[in-house]
Design a protein around this ligand. Sequence first.
Ligand code: F6R
Length: 609
Amino acid sequence: MCGIIGYVGKKKPIPVLIEGLKQLEYRGYDSAGIAVVLNEEVRIRRVKGKIALLEKSLEDSPLDGLYGLGHTRWATHGRPSEENAHPHRDCTGTIVVVHNGIIENYLDIKESLKKKGHQFKTETDSEVIAHLVEEYFEGTLENAVLKAVKELEGAYAVAVISTKDPQKIVAAKIGPPAVVGLGEEEFLVSSDINPLLKYTQNIVFLEDRDIAVITPAGVQFLDFGGRKLQKKIDHITWNPMMIEKRGYKHFMLKEIFEQPQVVRDTLQGRLSLDSANVCLSEIGIPDEILSDTGRVVIIACGTSYHAGLVGKYFIEAMAGVPVDLEFASEYRYRDFILDEKALVVVISQSGETADTLAALRAVKEKGPQTLAVCNVVSSSIAREAAGVLYTHAGPEIGVAATKTFIAQLTAMALLGLHLAQVKGTAGNKERLRLIEELLRIPHRMEHILHDVQKIEKLAARFVSFNHFLYLGRWVSYPAALEGALKLKEISYIHAEGYPGGEMKHGPIALIDDKMPTMVIIPKDRVYDKMLSNISEIKTRIGYIVAVAFDNDETIASRVDEVLPVPPVDPLFSPFVTILPLQLFAYYIAAIRGADVDQPRNLAKSVTVE
Ligand code: F6R
């Protein structure tokens, strides 16, 4: 996963690189480093630990330079240590590399380079890139990189500098993302767009096998054959304000509070009350093709998978089309069967998740329609799918997904309605009812966010429990899965999400006074069934917190605590039931002093397998 950044331009590079690394820190945070060049000398500083330590080290003992590279690491090959931290050097110390990805054949390359006299200092796969560029250096840096990349197998976004060809960064990629920012007399390369927004909104997304040659005079793009490329420049509308905490203690809390607006933004311009229609012509798949959909297959990972599960229920209920939901990491290796009437929907916030991208590519080989639901504009998945439905959540910095999950639910509701419309499976009256319900959701969410003290107090009481069970059924089952995932990710407490009906097939054995159960029980078609779950848990002296609709006296009399949410159409209840669960996880983690925005071992964008 790792984050890379490079800067050439009129500013002093170190503040630009450090600020950029802070915005990329969600990609990995076990070690960090920078390299800058001054007077034909490369100066490197690396630390084991977070960017703050690197920043402190540079404050205590400043470095100066004219241009440079930075890296934040999520270790794959070689334990986190200062020595294994990037940037890595060649034998001469004149060539410096930062890398995101995995070089699968690095041991072979290392062996053959050692035989030629190269000396390696680290346990990483990345170091071979610096030595390969050294081996091939003759003339320009880009020529050496062009030769080096031909030997690399695996996935990489790499940026290289050399004092032998100064004032130049050469970047190349296969797999992980790399974007180039085109500013006024300043140019940057980065793993994502966030660090670039302060300097420019004109962005070029590198495709696999692209090379960018970045100098103060401009950027030249080449393919791996050395041929010049004309690249499309995207103008990104996200602005730098969107990636600030704005008074919140953590990005995650800020992002939880942004959710009502995210629903509004994702619905905006896509619904018409007059015609009871959803307008999704922007996605690029004609209605005639969509109306022929015989089956939908949703593919995703993690939280996006949970949004996909809600999406399955939405589409089946609204459009009457059968939906399969698949983990991308499993699907890509399956002998899956798709006919020409299948619509494959890949959901990915980042649009860069390696497994989801690989599954999309495998699907495309078989020919069916593909639609991406993505948050990051022009990300790899958004570019490679035939159509794209963007979620308008803005940049999400907290590693644990919150507002992008809500945005994905909104997108799936829109897709369900759109399929219902083009297939004629829901009439105007029913579509209008659902549209009106959807439009009311943000207000209902705000109601929950107006008073979060009860949730905070409850979290304080539960902070020392080590195990939680989350139960839900029908659309509350994905909410249970997602609530449990949030708790484990940020507080490191063991939590299991389960469908209520499965409790008696195993998990009931776990119930005792040391394992509280979070029961998600809106008034819906499985309400009575979930009441039975509650009785079964109470019989076994289990503690219960219920997420239920306001003023549900029955629930209040049967459980220990209620986290109330305003009533909504039961189909759309995950939009509201997830909020107390996100906040509960957040407060538990914050009270435990956990690093909420950057939980251990995780990275936001999983660009390696
Ligand atoms: C959980 C979380 C992850 C991601 C997963 C997929 O909070 O953020 O589970 O949902 O890594 O990422 P995307 O959506 O970028 O494909």
